[in-house]
Design a binder for this molecule. Sequence first.
Ligand code: BGC
Length: 721
Amino acid sequence: MGILAVCSVRADESPEARARATEAKMTDDERFSLIVSVMGAVPSIGVPRDRRIPENVSNMSAGYTPGVPRLGVPALQASDASMGVTNPGYRPDDKGATAFPSSILVGATFDPGMARQVGAAIGREARARGFNVQLAGGINLARDVRNGRNFEYYSEDPWHTAVFGAAAVNGIQSEGVISTLKHFVLNCNETNRHWLDAIIDPNAHRESDLLAFQIAIERSQPGSIMSGYNKVNGTYVSGNALLLNDVLRGAWGYKGYVMSDWGAVPEWQFALAGLDQESGLQMDVRQWGGEAFTDRLKAAYADGSFPKARLSQMVQRILHAIYAVGADQWGPAPAIDLSAHNEIALEGARQGIVLLKNDGVLPLATGKPLRIAVIGGDAQEGVISGTGSGAVLPVGGFAGVVKIGGPGTMGAARNLYLFAPSPLAELKKALPDAQFEFDPGYTTAEAALLAKRSDVVIAFGTRIEGEGFDLADLSLPQGQDAVIDAVASVNPNTIVVLQTGNPVSMPWRDKVKAIVEAWFPGQAGSQAIAEVLAGKVNPSGRLPITFPVNLAQTPRPELSGLGTPWGTPVTIRYDEGAEVGYRWYAQHDATPMYAFGHGLSYTSFDYGKLKVRGGDTITATFTVTNTGKIVGADVPQLYLTNAAGESRMRLLGFERVQLAPGASKTVTLKADPRLLARFEGTNGLGKWRIAKGTHRVALGRSAVEPVLTAEATLKGRLFGS
Ligand code: BGC
């Protein structure tokens, strides 16, 4: 008998009603089995197959929760993550998945439509493998330029991040696959993350990281929220009643379930504080010496300290996600068009690569027999990837893997991963008349010899960043800064292509003619890089994270706890509060190296006819014109600069606009009123207040390049929650 045939609850009822009805029919054993998930076997890190995974399940991954077939409830099978369907050794016969660009690159497209397309493609690939939960939707704010996981997140701005996170979730869930938004919340550094206490003013938190979650949840209704490893203001988020019960449920009305991160649950009491599912049980055993939501929770149930009503609620929330997303209504698996998915990965990379600097050297002349030196960065092999649970094995395998290692549980996952084809091969294709020579950048002296006898140098600078590690400084590792300096000293036509997930210090910046930030660009990254350098693609990415001059300029010149041994309690104060990223630089009158929103093009754009309306919120209308000679995309950005006398910088809106030469477009942006407000409350509960009076806005090319300014009057009001 098929699953649907035995399901007696009607599919046209609301997910709430269906969840209540199904849960009511369950036995307690069934209820308890739904509120935990176990990892699949990973022999390489010593995780054997768990007895709770039935013999006939071959598609293992990060999470498995048995279903309840008699009630039509499917098993929950979860895989990572935001850049493709991962397989860190779980499925020996899996041939790999599409490795999409890193989320920070997708954020740099400033095109939420791209995040949706990537999400939908990931959803299809997940579904084809039988995964109905995708652990994607990383939306922590890039608060600290040392955070090793910023490549898995979209930006430093709450609005931008929320819009992108929601688009990704909508894409994934459109395929009937439950998505998470993670890691709730303020998991903005990796340093000793299991013992990390993130300190922040609760109101400022509501205006920043929590606002990103709030808006993303409203726009996408993710089936699940993953609670992070860290504490906030002294209490673990996974057991934080204030954040999970009062804010997420009470103030926001979130209806799905909260799953923990893998190894984030030391105590069964987290079930009383709003956590609905304990994930990755084996990691909790390793981390805290036992499972929390199995025998210990059952004992609490037996002695009455864990109430039946709460158990039912946890189960109903999980069922709600299944029904709302349609994970119980799957037809046959979709056919996967890998070349169409490669096109999405390629188009994303084309749009998210950022041209930071160009003193006229780019685009490279295609018709000339230029002698081009390609130096360093494994550019003869491939482009690199971020590491950790989000790293995707591409179809056909990696072009190369070199073990890096490091302390802590993520050391084993820290590798140099290379995606073919190589930038060198793609450059040869894009510039057929040029002559190429490659030097690995192994020694500065050899690299300089080749640079000296070349017309142009393309130097690649790479830095592996990943889960479990914060960066100790902003340099490029293994002497790459010295190599770039050496080649730029002997060849004035040096172009640097960076593959990093965060800003780097670029001590050679004034010596080189052009700098391109390619992030971790995914499996089609080499082609996109070559097309941008050769001018086949007009660069259009914009920085979703501020590049500071140095660490001294950032809110935390020193990162507390950095380098302390695994297991050391760490307190990180996010005293910048809501003034994250570009807001901080504006507040401190500091000019960064490259500002949030910055990115050059091979054409030029102008803005005109800015009209701003006030009232309940700000609505701005303006025109964008391509004033150059080639087609290109621009990203006009609208910022609040002053709120009723208070200097305050907030991105209110943006739009990516593609224009033919000479063409214009009228754009209208309407601000979410919370971006104009301050949160007033106690412990993070309260209301939003817009101050009555004149509000000033700037329409700009970046956070530091206003082009037009205007004013509008807003009504004073208190609203929302
Ligand atoms: C990561 C999560 C991931 C989980 C499952 C954890 O280490 O923090 O982002 O989804 O592992 O693999």
